[in-house]
Design a protein around this ligand. Structure first.
Ligand code: NAD
Length: 381
């Protein structure tokens, strides 16, 4: 019998993405899986049930029917506790769990003896690049953030020379030149803005400049193990603030995408800085979920403070649901290709560092150290 992959409709309000798109269904079938899709699963991303059926999937009316025979369940966000109750004991569940924010779901996965893998924990080693959902989704976020900023702005991005006069190009400042920031730089440049960017990792200088943006130099380097940034100490923070304040004051548009893994978003733009910005300037804060890079950000809202429009979108990836889903599905395809299949059983190769890194729960236990610790401390970091 072929092993069944279950594709569920996402339950989180505002989520429009889907874990597997019809093109991926075709490739999964070719690789020997069967695919069952909950009716309406792709609707938010404009993938119809008919498109899934045409690709060879079985479309079933509800989650219960889809989960009944599934050995492998794929999702975008963590499944709800209610869905986990319906997952077959021993089945594998693969999705973005962001476990520190969804400890209840992790508890239920343990109770149900579900083996779960978190795509957000896939180690960022070269071999796992094709499975890197953090990068694929950050690419979407960086791109969309610039489009959102352009639509909130009252100014053109490009320089225009017209019979009605010459318009100077917008000055865009990107805070945090990780994957999202680099995509934001590229997008703002394509729209014709003059772009500067800032990051506490000096290694990003070359990448920023190679995209045609100016690097805002800081007298520090806060690169930590694994290539990520560490949190700045108080002195470093003040130094950075003094440099960034001048650039923020000069910007028409600020795209904020600075993050420190496992920590609240670094606060880079104070209310005082906002008060010194040009009237009509725009800030798009991609770090809103973790508390925001800007002190005035209100998650999921566009607010106006001191004449500056500030957006803190939480579902920006759903604004590009088709391609965000397509990229996510590709990442999943590569990840599930690691699993070994034998008859009706599917087994993760436990000696593989990618599998070990992404493993969240197995056999009733939490496999990810930091999550296990959070569960024992009741969620306090
Ligand atoms: P991220 O989302 O954790 O952070 C975004 C950016 O914010 C980072 O560049 C970080 O340096 C920056 N930042 C943190 N604190 C800041 C502060 N106070 N001020 C300004 N900027 C600040 O990171 P990410 O975008 O997911 O990835 C960043 C790292 O991961 C990079 O080193 C990247 O090369 C690496 N990476 C590796 C692979 C791989 O396959 N090997 C894939 C993707 C990313």
């Amino acid at each position: 019998m072929t092993i069944q992959v279950a594709v569920l409709r996402e339950r989180e309000p505002g989520e429009r993405r889907v874990a597997i798109v019809p093109d991926s269904v075709k490739r999964l079938l070719k690789a020997g899986w069967a695919v069952a899709v909950e009716a309406g699963a792709g609707a938010g991303a404009y993938f119809s049930d008919a498109a899934y059926a045409a690709a060879g999937a079985t479309v079933l009316p509800d989650a219960g029917a889809v989960l009944r025979d599934a050995a492998l369940v794929v999702t975008v966000g963590p499944p709800t506790s209610e869905l986990l109750q319906q997952v077959r004991s021993g089945a594998l569940v693969v999705g973005q769990w962001f476990a520190h924010r969804h400890l209840d779901a992790v508890r239920v996965a343990c109770e149900r003896r579900v083996t779960s893998f978190a795509m957000d924990l896939v180690p960022r080693v070269t071999r796992a690049q094709s499975m890197d959902v953090l990068s694929s989704q950050a690419t979407v976020g960086g791109y969309r953030a610039v489009l959102l900023a352009a639509s909130l702005s009252q100014r053109f991005f490009p320089m225009l020379t017209t019979a009605a006069g010459t318009i100077r190009p917008a000055q865009a400042l990107i805070l945090g030149a990780g994957v999202a920031g680099l995509q934001a730089i590229a997008t703002a440049r394509r729209l014709g803005a003059v772009v500067s960017a800032y990051d506490v990792r000096r290694a990003t200088k070359e990448q920023v400049e190679s995209l045609g943006a100016r690097f805002v130099d800081l007298p520090l380097d806060a690169e930590a193990i694994g290539g990520y940034a560490r949190e700045l100490d108080e002195d470093e923070r003040k130094q950075a603030e003094a440099v960034v304040a001048k650039h923020v004051a000069n910007a028409d548009v600020v795209i904020a995408c600075a993050q420190v893994p496992g920590r609240p978003s670094p606060r880079l733009v104070t209310e005082e800085m906002v008060a010194h910005m040009k009237p009509g300037a725009v800030i798009v804060d991609l770090a809103a979920e973790g508390g925001g890079n800007c002190a005035c950000t209100v998650p999921d809202q566009v607010v106006e403070r001191h004449g500056v429009r500030i957006a803190g979108p939480l579902h920006i990836l759903s604004d590009l649901a088709e391609h965000a889903s397509t990229m996510y599905a590709r990442n999943l395809e590569h990840f599930v290709a690691l699993f070994k299949r034998d008859g009706e059983t599917v087994t993760p190769p436990w000696d593989d560092e990618i599998i070990q890194g992404a493993a969240l729960t197995h056999d009733g236990a939490v496999k990810h150290g930091a999550t296990a610790q959070l569960l024992t401390t009741g969620g306090a970091a």
